[in-house]
Design a protein around this ligand. Sequence first.
Ligand SMILES: [Cu+2]
Length: 169
Amino acid sequence: MKKSIIAVSLGLSAVLMSGAYAQHGHNQGHAINFEVTAEKGTNNVSIDKCWIRLMPSVTPSGGFFEIKNNDSTQIAVIKAIETDAFEETMLHRSYMKDGQSGMEMVPEVIVKAGETLHFAPGGFHVMLEKPVSGLKAGDKIQARFVLGTEDKVPVTCELKPVNARSFDH
Ligand SMILES: [Cu+2]
């Protein structure tokens, strides 16, 4: 999985990317039709309030944040998130289908020109697996958000306990 994330961040072909996420377990039986943009977008973004709901290491942890696209004319594209604190990271989206909730991997997330997108429980999130040992709630970790431009935006994310609902609560 790490390989496919690197492939995505290098902007390799959409064929590779769809292959990578077709193998992913969360979306079995759920048809995805996700167009990958050819645009690189802007690197003029601000990322705030990044937090991770730290789960026991056998369970994936969710990562959430707010991303503001400061460019009023171009989209911003998030391709991946990297951190040394977790071995695997994926962009995910929660959905409801036929009264059942599920989640699926997405190859990228687009922030419209001038808009702010909230990654939050129940919607877009980062799925983080295989934490390094010793992480605990209250710790801060460093992450890098990989954009369509291939720029990497460094962000500090706070680890929060399982019952956390948002950055502030
Ligand atoms: Cu997920």
